[in-house]
Ligand binder design. Sequence first.
Ligand code: GAL
Length: 696
Amino acid sequence: MSKSQNFQWNEMTMGVCYYPEHWPQELWAQDLERMLDAGITVIRIAEFAWNKVEPQEGVFTYEFFGQFLNLCAEKGMKVIFGTPSATPPAWLTEKYPEVLNCDEAGVPYRHGGRRHYNYNSSIYRELVARIVEQLGAHYGKHPAIAGWQIDNEINCEICEFHSEADMAAFRVFLQEKYGTLEALNEAWGTTFWNQTYTDWQQVRIPGPLLNDGYNPHQHLDYYRFISESALSFCKMQADILRRYKKEDDFITTNGIFWNMDNHRMAEESLDVYTYDSYPNFAYSVDADPLHSTDLNDRHWSKNLAEVRSVCPHFGIMEQQSGANGWTTRMEAPAPRPGQLTLWAMQSVAQGADYISFFRWRTCCIGTEIYWHGILDYDNRDNRKLAEVKEFYQKFRKLDALCGSEFTAAFGFLKDYDNEWDTNVDKWHRRIASASEKAIFEASELTHTPYDYLYLRENMTSDELSRYPVLIYPHPVIMTEARAALLGQYVEQGGTLILGCRSGYKQENGKCVMLPQPGLLQALTGSDVRDFTFTSPAEEPVYAVWTQERSDTVLQSEIRTEMPVFNDIFESADADAKVLAVYSNSYYAGKAAVMEKKTGRGRTIHLGSVFSREIVKLLLEYTGVLSPFDSVVDAPEGVEVVQRKRDGRSWLFVLNFQPVPQTILLKAPVRSVFEEGQVSGEKILAPFEVEVFEERI
Ligand code: GAL
């Protein structure tokens, strides 16, 4: 088991989110019985219900959840109990207004809504610690409990903090990091625009500033600080729960959100990670048709791959079961028949062993009366409940799959420094988001799945070497340690693919006075002599890929657009080869893509942002394109991914289209749902999912 995972489900498990406090007590038993009848054996409860346990400061009442948990134990229902820190009670925010988060201007958010607190107010930490302690002490050994959820969606809704408590904690964070103001001034380049600090009290969380003239180096530390704050808030709760929970019960939280090192949080505080998957966001009523993409809900496979990078065998705490919408925003149509199953199977295909639907019944009160659950307000059996039951029958047939590994053809490298730099640097953001989208889309359309790998301090080159090819699209910030790790990976035989703008910043986001790509030049053999955004006023820029190589892929002349940004290369090394040259603009004839061999591996340096076309070409050139082609021929409209274990493989084929899709099975395989051998042409109905099992 990987370091960040202490708990794994031992069978495919189905759950639902339930709110006993939203319903008359007389409904509880009937609800639990109907859930069990549908195959639901776990419920998540209590994550917003602080008042049900502490209705007044220091006054604790345990009857409400005690009765409910006893009923669950009687019926045989397992429970994941949520800590309620996402919604502090009104008595608390009234008495201690310093617990509130503030907007950029320092104006506190009012009570109501949720996640309106900050992580650094000492009184909030005390009160949260106390209620978590009380919950642990009273319910920790209850037989119905199977796990604990910390807070709810840490850093969702808001992931920026501007309260006075945060301001003070930011200074402490910086004092610990830099020791002296001189070191801080140096790290932040404060000599620019006369920002030099002469007293720690002058140092503040950034903003609001005229014309967004933020100091990017200060901003980068601010995001690191937010991450530290969220992580220590989570750890505080986990440490308490660990003292009370039963040995086999797990601690989790439901992510993944921004400005937070989710990997470290999982390592430090959690036994298993869960995710809330709402692919129906792709069909929002307000979606701008001009900017919509043909991959729609398939983009959730990218989010699920991110979760898998934190925790290989994760769970889904909230899986879409009905239409989304608050009274104030996020309107969307109801999931079409079949989509509930499609999206739940999408999660399973990407690595989930636990699927918990959100929520049992649509709420009749509050902001979320349009965030629909399995049942509607009228509480009658409906098509969604019927689909959950059908899903369960299929899910059971996948039991052997529980705990199996996802098959990735290549790795997508990331790191938190670069991720947070894209928050503060629009140039960086533009290239990073365009490339990530293109890499994901090319991978989906060509059925070439990938894993995300976050470069972290303790990482070894062996972890990288599990992937024959790694794409690190734009490592703008580069450190010596990371460059050395990448060097080892290449030496050991790996193929590293980099895009434009690599290596021009150091870890504080300051530009380095080195020929680009800076610390990576020894690997790439490329020398960036000029660079520019492509001009919207000119023709698109193209590159022609050379024919001189023996590799079949590049034998015929290929011309690709070099989108968004162009690095214009010269060779910095006699061993470096030119793979493509620009064919127009003022740099026509100059190198656009270079390749250099080092040790047993090689580095390919692309001078632009990645497009679908370029990704496909590079995956083909490096020999990892479409790994399941020998088994199934599938059109672009379906997703094909594999999980495998102990010589068995399960190939998931998911039709995301509202129309039938035809696939061709090139060898006989076992259809898991039909329980028989199949081969040849097969038509998948709209939104249908098939799983084919093979011995490998
Ligand atoms: C999630 C959240 C749930 C519920 C749901 C629908 O983000 O965790 O509590 O609000 O969205 O809005």
